[in-house]
Design a protein around this ligand. Structure first.
Ligand SMILES: Nc1ncnc2c1ncn2[C@@H]1O[C@H](COP(=O)(O)OP(=O)(O)O)[C@@H](O)[C@H]1O
Ligand SMILES: O=C(CO)[C@@H](O)[C@H](O)COP(=O)(O)O
Length: 509
């Protein structure tokens, strides 16, 4: 029996799945962990929690499928992008990891842009401007703010690559995740020695960079024993969760666009060449397909906004729903569905963690605008779901303006499970939206990459053609689409009008 594991180290938890050589999902397990916010807009996690969750979920899957040691031939790793694990030379973690949605690095972004000789020169070197969530500004933040820890710094790893280090002992990353460090020459698919020089950062801080399908190592004897696997089991490069989710949904040709409604929201389009957005609003990153690229827009608090609403305002209902064996999210979506498109004039700006695309503004804040005495909880939920989807629309419209073809949208992530939210996507984005048969997102994509690494398929494109299938099709409703086409302008105006207030609020500290 040949089995491949996909492990996705998400922001709210880690998910591990096992697939067979035909791409059939045999079992899955997940484990959650907290995210700390020591100050507003700071976001940190303890890498030990990721490792504990990896051990728990791999062992869980091995047990569920009753796998023999020799069954698991390969592992693919996916994870939240951009996060920074700081290690000393003995491999000790120096401080909690700074995450993708941490906004503390505005000063370091300005420093990078200035050291690079301006924004245009920076984009020429690494295809992207400096954004607060990316990894390079986090390294500079450590240097500027925690110099004693920086003195001890020997290696910086992305979240999934720290898990790889613990699995195999190897310090390796791959091109899709490395693109989000701001230190990769995305066009050449190798570290930018020019930018490293300008930032006075040593190349030895960074891991070796490979393509996503490449084999990066094998399990160490101790880890193989701990997980119930064999030391013959390989670990492939894998991918950042956006590229991994796209692979899992078969986004391996032009015209197919992926949306993800996880903690973050992502709009992802395949490209044959590195297409750089001259204004730097969309990211240009390497794809997990060898020698290919993608463009991407990211909204920082997507299903995360809905999760926040549920956690903060609906705790008691959550407990009741659990007792009844129901799902709070489904209950809240049902309440939202009782309201008409437009939530009776209520708008929600989903900038709870600042915003990346299209505003690149760490000072942006969340807001309900248009509340009246007649709005109830269902209307507020509807406004949240609409606000998040307007934000995806902002990303997609940037792509359309750059002539990125949008034939169909495939969708993944917790929010994509909801038929209501898929209809909202179709109506607001103006395209057919497909859910997938193996609705496992990034974990599925990297399990396929593991199968490729083990020689089951010639490459990831062939693997996707053989295994990835759509499940449902949701068509835009012309009438509802019109309602949203009018309202999206109000949504966009609100950011512009509130921006001065956001800056004043941020200045208050
Ligand atoms: N049935 C549902 N309907 C709508 N949204 C849902 C549903 N289930 C989960 N979600 C949303 O998905 C989020 C979790 O998404 P997920 O992709 O698991 O997160 P991540 O990978 O970022 O950790 C929840 O916070 C919630 O907002
Ligand atoms: O910052 C990005 C991509 O650029 C995020 O998509 C992170 O990669 C986190 O992903 P989730 O935990 O929301 O899946």
């Amino acid at each position: 029996m040949s089995v491949f594991l996909g492990i996705d180290i998400g922001t709210s938890g880690t998910k591990t799945i096992a697939i067979d050589a035909a791409g059939k999902v045999l079992a899955g397990a997940s484990a959650s962990y907290p995210c700390e916010h020591p100050r507003p807009l700071w976001s940190e996690q303890d890498p030990q929690h990721w490792w504990d969750a990896v051990v728990e979920t791999v062992r869980g899957v091995v047990k569920k499928v009753k796998l023999k040691k020799s069954d698991v031939k390969g592992i693919g790793l996916s994870g939240q992008m951009h996060g920074s694990v700081f290690l000393d030379k003995a491999g000790k973690v120096l401080r909690p990891a700074l995450l993708w949605n941490d906004q503390r690095t505005s000063a370091e972004c300005a420093e990078i842009t200035q050291r690079a000789g301006g924004r245009a020169r920076l984009v020429k070197m690494v295809a992207n401007p400096a954004l607060t969530g990316f990894q390079a500004p986090k390294i500079l933040w450590l240097r500027n703010n925690e110099p004693k820890k920086y003195e001890k710094l020997a290696h910086v790893l992305l979240p999934k690559d720290d898990v790889r280090r613990r699995l195999t002992g190897e310090l390796v990353t791959e091109v899709s995740d490395a693109s989000g460090t701001l230190l990769l020459d995305v066009v050449k698919r190798q570290w930018s020695k020019t930018l490293l020089g300008k930032l006075e950062l040593d190349l030895s801080l960074l891991p070796t960079v490979v393509e996503s399908e490449d084999v990066t190592g094998r399990l160490t004897p101790e880890v193989a024993e701990l997980l119930g696997l064999s030391t013959d089991c390989i670990v492939v490069g894998g991918a950042g969760d956006c590229a991994a989710g796209a692979i899992g949904n078969g986004i391996v040709r032009k015209g197919l666009v992926n949306t993800s409604l996880g903690t973050s929201g992502v709009v992802f389009a395949y490209s044959d060449q590195p297409e750089v957005d001259p204004a730097g609003r969309l990211h240009t990153f390497c794809h997990a397909v060898r020698g290919k690229w993608h463009q991407m827009g990211v909204t920082l608090a997507a299903a995360g906004s809905f999760g926040w609403f549920a956690d903060t305002l609906c705790q008691t209902d959550g407990e009741i729903a659990k007792k009844k064996g129901g799902d709070l999210f489904e209950q809240l979506v049902a309440e939202a569905a009782e309201h008409k498109p437009g939530a009776e004039g209520l708008f929600f700006l989903p900038y709870l963690a600042g915003e990346r695309t299209p505003h690149a503004d760490p000072n942006a804040r969340g807001a309900f605008v248009g509340l009246t005495l007649s709005h109830n909880r269902g209307a507020m939920v509807r406004a949240v779901l609409e606000g998040v989807t307007y934000s995806l629309r902002d990303c997609l419209d940037l792509m359309r303006a750059l002539d990125v073809p949008v034939e169909a949208i495939r969708t993944t992530g917790g929010g994509a499970k909801s038929p209501f939210w898929r209809q909202l996507q179709a109506d607001l984005l103006g395209a057919k939206v497909y859910s997938m048969q193996a609705d496992e997102g990034p974990a599925y994509g990297v399990a396929l990459l593991a199968a490729v690494g083990c020689g089951e398929f010639a490459d990831i494109t062939e693997a996707c053609a053989a295994t990835v299938r759509t499940a449902s099709e949701t068509k835009p409703n012309a009438k509802t689409r019109k309602v949203y086409d009018q309202r999206v302008h109000v949504y966009r105006d609100l950011y512009r009008q509130l921006k001065p207030a956001f800056d004043k609020i941020a200045a208050l500290g």
